[in-house]
Design a protein around this ligand. Structure first.
Ligand code: ADP
Length: 505
């Protein structure tokens, strides 16, 4: 069913607007490298945040112990008890999810923290092992700290035991400015959260206060972002991991950078940990850096801003921000698709049967990105799955088979740009660590841990991303690279970070 001349012309125009030729990918690589340098230099870089995580070195896979992990950053928060078995990637997790009421996302931070502390208490009551002697939860990890409950300060090992305290790795997926591994000031909220009283404050101290008010004997010993968690969890399985990425609701990347190449760290850690700084420089150590790459290209100087990007940005609550993420991530691809379809219906360019936009397509963010992937990944000869999605999810009835192919093509054009930009971005970060790439081999490949539905469930997206990455890195290097789907970054990654911190301190 070939499209009509009008449909072909409209699709060609759309292709041009969402084009991502190799030349653009090269510009993305170059632009990212420059923004990375600027971000590593400047504490409050307007370009890329490049936030040091204070996690030094790769995990080895031999980390062992038991602790709690907390994951906050989306529709739910999750409490887990993680047991790391210390045998290359082996672990077990028990977890409980708590949906976050919409109203709490904009309530004062103290209320959100009270809700989280209550969730931790519920988890401990329902799940964790009880110490027979005093009813407190007992953890057998090297992270068992002995602290004075009134002060919350670690006491010397030979001091009388006051309480058994469980340590917790906190995955907090908002930009945080860290001065050490277990404290961090919130830079800004996103993803629909906007709780007053948190920006500029130490998110760990705030949670700790809520825990102490409830006499919950839990101590946060590592604070990390979900992307950092993905990297660390991946390196627990594959120690030669250099990069962790999220391609889900949002998009972000963390990578291992040489401490010597993080100039702003010198001022940050000189005061608190001169020992760490000295050791890092002497031993050529590496630290995980959270790029916050969603904010790349905020002035839109590199990736052209087409009319749909512009509309999406204007209607967003963070205008001019997260411009890379707005071209890439799951939160936005469904919406870009909706904007294009609505436009095409309104301008009568396509879908002759429709002259007005059906109600369900008039609602912003009505379409999930899984719609895009179900259309694009349909490989049935008569596009049976597409027909179902178009009828039941888009609510468009009576379209011709040609209309179906056109809708599928629109979805593919939008997904294509996203996957190519993400692939170029990953390639750029790998090239940043060319030294580690060259030291890797097919037997010991350089590993990239990726989490998120876009990568996991959208097959065409995955292959397009890999092809773009190959264009950037070069086919000859690909046998030395492994991409690992890394699903439990916020649980296992947080636990590994917490245990690494105990072992390293
Ligand atoms: P999160 O990033 O919120 O932790 P996910 O990794 O599941 O969770 O990502 C959710 C995003 O992925 C949503 O924006 C959703 O639209 C998108 N998504 C869910 N399923 C699919 C799919 N099958 N194909 C493509 N995108 C999907």
């Amino acid at each position: 069913h070939p499209p009509t001349a009008a449909q072909t012309a409209a699709l060609q125009e759309l292709e041009a607007e969402f084009a991502a030729p190799q030349e653009l990918l090269c510009n993305v690589v170059h632009g990212l490298h420059k923004s990375m340098d600027a971000g590593l230099m400047d504490m409050h870089s307007p370009r890329l945040a490049m936030l040091p995580s204070f996690i030094v070195g790769n995990a080895t896979g031999s980390e062992q112990g038991r602790c709690l992990a907390l994951d906050l950053g989306g529709t739910n928060f999750r409490v887990c008890e993680v047991v790391l078995k210390g045998r290359h990637g082996e672990y077990s997790v028990r977890q409980q999810k708590f949906p976050i009421p919409q109203s709490l996302k904009t309530a004062p931070a103290a209320q959100l923290n009270a809700f989280i502390a209550d969730g931790i208490a519920t988890f401990l009551r329902d799940h964790a092992l009880q110490n027979e002697d005093d009813g407190n939860v007992l953890s057998s990890s090297p992270l068992d700290l002995q602290i004075s409950p009134s002060l919350g300060i670690p006491v010397a090992a030979d001091a009388p035991v006051v309480k058994q305290v469980i340590s917790l790795g906190y995955t907090f997926s908002f930009p945080v400015y860290q001065r050490d591994l277990c404290h961090g000031e919130l830079v800004q909220w996103n993803k629909g959260f906007n709780c007053p009283g948190a920006v500029g404050q130490d998110v760990v101290a705030q949670l700790q206060l809520a825990l102490e008010a409830r006499q919950i004997h839990v101590q946060v010993t590592a604070l990390l972002n979900d992307t950092v968690g993905a990297l660390v969890a991946c390196s627990y399985r594959y120690p030669n991991t250099v990069l962790g990425a999220i391609l889900g609701t949002g998009s972000n990347t963390a990578y291992m950078e040489k401490v010597a190449r993080i100039p702003k760290l010198q001022t940050q850690i000189k005061v608190k940990r001169p020992d760490l700084q000295q050791r890092a420089l002497e031993q050529d150590l590496e630290m995980v850096v959270n790029m916050e790459w969603g904010g790349f290209d905020n002035p839109c100087a590199i990736v052209p801003l087409n009319r749909y990007d512009q509309r999406l940005d204007e209607q967003s609550n963070n205008q001019g921000k997260q411009m890379f993420e707005k071209r890439i991530s799951g939160l936005y691809l469904g919406e870009l698709f909706r904007l294009v379809v609505v436009d095409y219906i309104k301008s009568h360019q396509l879908f002759g049967a429709y002259t007005t936009v059906p109600d369900n397509l008039t609602i912003p963010y009505a379409l999930d990105t899984s719609v895009v992937s179900r259309l694009v990944d349909d490989d049935t000869p008569n596009l049976v799955h597409c027909a179902q999605v178009i009828k039941h999810t888009l609510g468009l009835n009576g379209l011709t088979p040609t209309d179906h192919t056109v809708l599928r093509r629109i979805a593919a054009i939008i997904a294509w740009r996203s996957a190519r930009l993400a692939g170029a971005g990953l390639g750029a970060v790998v090239l940043r660590r060319r030294d580690r790439l060259e030291a890797s081999s097919p037997e010991n490949p350089l590993t990239i841990g990726i989490d998120g539905s876009l990568f996991e469930h959208f097959k065409t997206y995955r292959t397009t991303l890999l092809a773009a990455m190959t264009e950037i890195i070069g086919q000859e290097h690909m046998p030395s690279i492994r991409i690992a789907l890394t699903k439990d970054g916020s649980g296992v990654g947080a636990a590994v970070a917490a245990i690494m911190s105990a072992e390293g301190s």
